[in-house]
Ligand binder design. Structure first.
Ligand code: HEC
Length: 240
């Protein structure tokens, strides 16, 4: 029994790290395109320590040759791409980052359970995905629905796309514990309120995103999810 739990734990671990690496590499390539500074040797000016938790996942057992084959870049280019990426994130040394980089003791059991809810039955990664926990897209979670109508059209006002009624950009969840109040209108005071909001399926309305539905979290799941969200806070890096 114990061994099985352990194995499951290791599997989740490995999966988290592989996904994390994939997204970072993808993002790195995307961001590095068309950026002239990217190839100019600026990588030497990076603080290697701050970069460490991010670069560590490439030690996942991938050989350099595999890494090059997988990315179509030289290892030094991958490193530079990662560096360029790290500059764009607000915070790169949260306990979650350390966990994703392979330090399993960085999250406690409750927080790991929260990560499972976040990725599993909570469905949060449908939108809060990647190292910054955002798909950079717009979704209707119902926050702007009041008294039977949308009080703020959000993205629709810009795009005119009927699918964007009351849709707002998925915010990053990095440092979310310190960024209350929540939602575009500040209508939720605490992280607990946020978790409750999703547990109840957001605010029902005709344009509600199909990924938002009642999840009926147990008190334990709510506690663990909130605890997990708190692990996304890290040192805020300057000069980004
Ligand atoms: C369909 C996409 C989608 C899913 C699924 C989703 N979110 Fe969100 N999330 C958003 C959007 C969009 C906002 C901003 C809504 C607004 O401001 O109107 C948001 C806002 C938040 C906020 C407030 C952040 C801030 O800085 O204001 C938190 C916390 C949050 N989500 C956590 C979660 C959790 C936990 C889950 C899973 C239970 C989840 N989200 C699932 C899209 C999503």
């Amino acid at each position: 029994m114990f061994t099985e739990t352990l194995r499951l734990d290791e599997e989740i671990d490995r999966q988290t790290r592989v996904e994390y690496l994939d997204t970072i590499l993808h993002e790195s390539e995307r961001l590095s395109r068309g950026r002239s500074f990217f190839w100019d040797g600026r990588v030497n000016s990076l603080e290697p320590q701050a970069l460490q938790p991010i670069i560590n996942p490439i030690e996942l057992g991938l050989t350099e040759a595999e890494l090059e084959r997988r990315t179509g870049m030289k290892v030094t280019e991958v490193t530079a791409a990662l560096a360029s990426y790290v500059r764009t994130i607000r915070s790169g040394d949260s306990r979650f980052d350390r966990y994703a980089a392979g330090r399993r003791d960085s999250l406690n059991a409750l927080e790991k359970a929260g990560l499972e809810v976040f990725r599993g039955e909570g469905g949060c990664t449908a939108c809060h995905i990647g190292p910054n926990f955002t798909d950079e897209l717009f979704h209707n979670t119902g926050v702007a629905w009041h008294d039977g109508r949308i009080t703020d059209e959000g993205r629709f006002a810009v795009s005119g796309n009927p699918r964007d009624h009351g849709a707002f950009k998925t915010p990053t969840l990095r440092d979310v514990a310190g960024s209350a109040p929540y939602m575009h209108d500040g209508s939720l005071a605490t992280l607990e309120d946020g978790v409750k909001f999703y547990s109840e399926g957001g605010q029902s309305n005709p344009y509600l995103d199909s990924q938002i539905r009642p999840r009926h979290f147990s008190p334990e799941e709510k506690r663990s999810l909130t605890a997990f969200l708190r692990t996304l806070s890290g040192k805020v890096r300057e000069g980004l």
